[in-house]
Design a protein around this ligand. Structure first.
Ligand code: PBG
Length: 327
């Protein structure tokens, strides 16, 4: 047989495959999303996200200890308020769930890196991501409220803020407000490329943030578009975004590839609630090997070009990395 190139030569043993691997994963690249709600002594499982819980600030240390033991060093915090109003004023309340949680974390787990989701939808009575003008969200009136929310997070101890509202100009508005208040060194991770997606369904149940009318298509992106992702990312970087995010992840691997190749800032991907719920449900029904699917999908997101992966499976992935199931 006259054949010099035999790709199979490099697939013969596990150690050889691990040696020649193109995509390497690391626990340092994982971020774990966490829901905190106002109150005390609460740890309740989220029905739409089995295995995920809502915690009150005082019960957070249990899960945080577990994360640290697993080698996960970063979290993304979401807040669930006791009360909502038209403006979403609970978002910037000094005693809100996120703000309280940050104080607890910074005291008890000073090494844990805390990113906060900045949005109003969990706090507004109508569930939209900003202030309403009739049936639509008023972009420019929403900007100062987002900036105020980001500032209150940073004042409470957030290491990084991540605006997820999809208003135009929010990164600039947040950057200016942080700078004016002495936080020029706090980075912004922009949910720059966030599609209007049915994959957020389980999250909205978890956070009680489903819009009471309409949908988010007038501010989140249309999933038919790829070039628009480059435009969104460019705008946010111009406004001062230090890192950018593509969300969701699995149905958007082409977008992750495009955006991560086009810009020299770190690119994160958010494997969202619907992605977790699909795998969890299929695994529970005995249809698929959960660990194998999670490792394969996580590797595909890194292979597409993401440098950071936000995932509800962060703890399990850390364990499977230790076991050599994903490398
Ligand atoms: C807030 C926000 C959402 C998610 C992250 N930040 C919900 C939404 O935009 O409707 C979704 C996360 C997930 O599904 O895991 N705007």
């Amino acid at each position: 047989m006259d054949m010099f190139t035999r790709p199979r030569r490099l697939r013969g043993t596990p150690s050889l495959r691990a040696m020649v691997r193109e995509t390497r994963v690391s626990k340092n690249a994982l971020v774990y999303p966490l829901f905190v709600r106002e109150g005390s002594k609460i740890k309740e499982e989220i029905p739409s996200l089995p295995g995920q819980f809502r915690y009150s600030p005082d019960t957070l240390p249990y899960i945080l200890e577990e994360l640290c033991r697993a080698g996960i060093n970063s979290i993304l915090l979401f807040g669930i308020p006791a009360e909502k109003d038209e403006l979403g004023s609970g978002a910037w309340k000094g005693t809100g769930a996120v703000q309280q949680a940050l104080r607890v974390i910074k005291k008890e787990f000073p090494e844990l890196y805390c990113i906060t989701d900045v949005c109003l939808c969990e706090y507004t009575s109508h569930g939209h991501c900003g202030v309403l003008k009739g049936q639509t969200v008023d972009n420019d009136k929403t900007l100062p409220l987002l900036a105020r929310t980001a500032l209150s997070h940073v004042q409470a101890g957030a290491d990084m803020v991540a605006p997820s509202d999809m208003m135009d100009g929010r990164v600039l508005s947040i950057r200016n407000t942080l700078d004016e208040n002495g936080y020029a060194d706090t980075p912004i991770l922009s949910y720059a490329v966030k599609y209007a997606s049915a994959f957020y369904g389980p999250f909205r149940e978890a956070a009680g943030s489903a819009p009471s009318f309409g949908d988010r298509k007038a501010y989140q992106m249309d999933y038919h578009n790829r070039r628009e992702a480059v435009k969104e990312a460019a705008l946010d970087i111009e406004q001062g975004a230090d890192l950018i995010m593509v969300k969701p992840a699995l149905s958007y691997l082409d977008v992750i590839h495009e955006v991560s190749s086009a810009f020299d800032v770190p690119c994160a991907a958010y494997s969202v609630s619907g992605e977790y719920a699909m795998i969890k449900t299929a695994a529970k029904a005995g249809l698929m090997d959960e660990a194998a699917i999670v490792c394969e999908t996580a590797a595909s997101i890194f292979r597409a070009g993401a440098g950071i992966l936000i995932t509800y499976y962060a703890r399990e992935l850390a364990k499977w990395m230790d076991e050599g199931r994903i490398g």
